[in-house]
Design a protein around this ligand. Sequence first.
Ligand code: RB5
Length: 150
Amino acid sequence: MIALACDHGGFELMGFVKSYLDENGLLYRDFGTHSDESCDYPDFAALAGRCIADGECDRGILICGTGIGMSIAANKIPGIRAALCSDPFSAEMTRRHNDANVICLGARVLAAGAALKLIKIFLSTGFESGGRHSQRVRKLDELDGLAELH
Ligand code: RB5
């Protein structure tokens, strides 16, 4: 289950993202916002991020104008590893090396086609677990006070 959230800046792009997920049979929960009326991105990042941190959703796609506000907000939630991506290499590597569970996108940075390409990579790439990358992700969890999980 994928958690979706956007602010007004990301609302239009999120429509394309939902169509893409629907076409590919990928399930999601849409935490809003649901219009292009001005709103505050931390409110929506919190809803989606908590759902992932609670284990109800596995991954998240967060969109605002730049993706920056969403990534700052999401990374304040323990257990969230949110990566702001604007290129395919970063989208792949943040899964392989960081085990990122959230991708943040900037609707004013990326064309829709480019954003969907990053989402496809993010959702289809696995984590290289078991070695040095697992150790580093464990240390990220320690920073979150989640060391007891391991
Ligand atoms: C909204 O105008 C804009 O500030 C927001 O979408 C985002 O880019 C913040 O990081």
